[in-house]
Design a protein around this ligand. Structure first.
Ligand code: COA
Length: 347
C-alpha cells in the first residue's frame, strides 16, 4: 500500500494580555470616538501587553498552551517557526528567544517575515518541511506587541485604533495516510493540511510600513536623534489603498486555492480571514459567495493582532464548536509587503 505524508495540526494555543483598551478609552487619548472606530473597522476593544512582557513572552505562553494541547513537551518539536512584525529586538528574532524560554535545547528556530500573512506562511512552510520528510513536529507561533510601536494620539489615530497585542500558536505533526491529496480533500474523517497559496507585491511596501530604523539608502545610521525625536519609527499607512488591495488579494488567494482543487465555496465548512477590518472581511465573504455563518470573526474583541489573528480564530472557533474535527477550513491573510496567503485544510 502506498502512503502519503501529510501534516496535521494537533494542538492550538493562544495568549491574550489582561489589560483592555476600549474605544472610549482611546477617545480620552485622541480625537476619535467609539462610533467612528466601530463603523469603520468593527473593533470594540483591544488588549495591551503589560510592561513586564515582551513579544517573545506572549509567544511563549501561546506555544506552551499549543504544546500541552498536542500532548507534547518543549523537547518534542524539531523546528520552531515564528512570525512577528514587533520583535523584542531589531535582531535576533523572537524564534530563538521563545526557543530559549521554552527550554527547547538546540532546536532550530526561524523567523518568517510575512507581517499579517506571517502565520499563514508559517503553516505553508511547516507543511512543506514535514512533507519533504525533513521534520516530524513543528511548532509555529505568531506574536505581536503593537501597542509599543503605535502612537496613541490624534496624529497616529488612523493606525493606532486598529491594532492590539496577542499571540497564537499551533503544533504540526507528520502523519502518514493511504489518502492522496484528492481523496483526503473529500474525506471528512481525514484531518490534515491540504494546500496553500502565497503571494507578494513589493510595489506596495511603502503603503504600510515602519521605514525607520533601517538601512535604506541615503541614511548613514539606523536612526538619527532627530528621527527618533520626531518618532520616525511609527508605522505609515495609506488605509484606503491597503483596504482595496486586502479585499482583492484575499479573495483571489482563496479562489485560486479552491479552483486548484475543484472545491466550490459551498463545500467549505468555515472561513477564517485575517482580522484587519470587519468591512474587508464582509467584502471578501461576498466575493466568495459565503454566508455569514461560515465566517469566523473576533476582531471586535482584539483588533488587528497581525500574525496572531489566524491561530487566535482557530483557537476560539474550536472552543465555540464552530470548528470541528474533519471540517474543511480555508484561511486568508493579507499584510504589509504587500504579502498574502491562504491555507486549505481539514481540521
Ligand atoms: N478617529 C476619527 N477619525 C479618524 C480616525 C480615527 N481613528 N482615523 C482617521 N480619521 C479621519 C481621517 O483623518 C479622515 O478625516 P478627513 O476626512 O477630515 O480627512 C476621515 O476620518 C476619513 O478617513 P478615511 O481614511 O477616509 O476613512 P476610511 O473609511 O478609509 O477608514 C481605515 C480608515 C483606516 C479604517 C480604513 O481605510 C482601513 O481599515 N484600511 C485598511 C487598514 C488595514 O487593514 N491595515 C492593516 C492591513 S493588514
Amino acid at each position: 500500500m502506498t502512503v502519503s505524508i501529510f501534516s496535521e495540526i494537533t494542538g492550538v494555543g493562544h495568549y491574550i494580555p489582561q489589560k483592555t483598551l476600549s474605544n472610549d478609552d482611546l477617545s480620552q487619548l485622541m480625537d476619535t470616538s467609539d462610533a467612528w472606530i466601530r463603523e469603520r473597522s468593527g473593533i470594540h476593544e483591544r488588549h495591551i501587553a503589560d510592561l513586564k512582557e515582551g513579544t517573545s513572552d506572549l509567544g511563549l505562553h501561546a506555544a506552551k498552551e499549543a504544546l500541552k494541547a498536542a500532548g507534547m513537551t518543549a523537547e518534542d518539536p524539531d523546528l520552531i517557526l515564528a512570525a512577528t512584525l514587533s520583535p523584542d529586538y531589531y535582531f535576533p528574532g523572537i524564534g530563538v528567544m521563545i526557543q530559549d524560554k521554552l527550554g527547547a535545547r538546540d532546536t532550530p528556530a526561524m523567523d518568517i517575515r510575512g507581517q499579517c500573512s506571517g502565520f499563514s506562511w508559517c503553516l505553508a512552510t511547516a507543511d512543506a518541511f514535514i512533507r519533504s520528510g525533513q521534520y516530524r513536529t513543528i511548532l509555529v507561533i505568531g506574536a505581536e506587541i503593537h501597542s509599543r510601536i503605535i502612537e496613541f494620539s490624534t496624529r497616529g489615530r488612523n493606525v493606532s485604533v486598529l491594532f492590539g497585542d496577542a499571540a497564537g500558536a499551533a503544533v504540526l505533526r507528520r502523519k502518514e495516510s493511504p489518502h492522496d491529496i484528492k481523496t483526503a480533500l473529500h474525506d471528512p474523517t481525514f484531518s490534515g493540511l491540504i494546500d496553500h497559496e502565497m503571494g507578494s507585491d513589493g510595489s506596495g511596501a511603502d503603503l504600510l510600513a515602519v521605514t525607520r530604523p533601517g538601512c535604506s539608502s541615503g541614511h548613514d545610521s539606523l536612526i538619527t536623534t532627530h528621527e527618533a525625536e520626531n518618532k520616525a519609527f511609527l508605522p505609515v499607512m495609506d488605509g484606503k489603498q491597503v483596504f482595496r488591495h486586502a479585499v482583492n488579494r484575499m479573495s483571489c488567494a482563496v479562489t485560486t486555492l479552491l479552483n486548484r482543487h475543484d472545491v466550490r465555496p459551498e463545500q467549505i465548512d468555515l472561513f477564517i480571514p485575517h482580522q484587519a477590518n470587519i468591512r474587508i472581511n464582509d467584502m471578501v465573504r461576498q466575493k466568495l459567495a459565503l454566508p455569514p455563518e461560515k465566517v469566523f470573526n473576533n476582531i471586535h474583541k482584539y483588533g488587528n493582532t497581525t500574525s496572531a489573528t489566524i491561530p487566535l480564530c482557530m483557537y476560539e472557533a474550536e472552543k465555540e464548536g464552530r470548528l470541528k474535527k474533519g471540517n474543511l477550513l480555508v484561511t486568508a491573510a493579507f499584510g504589509s509587503g504587500f504579502t498574502w496567503g491562504a491555507n486549505l485544510l481539514r481540521w
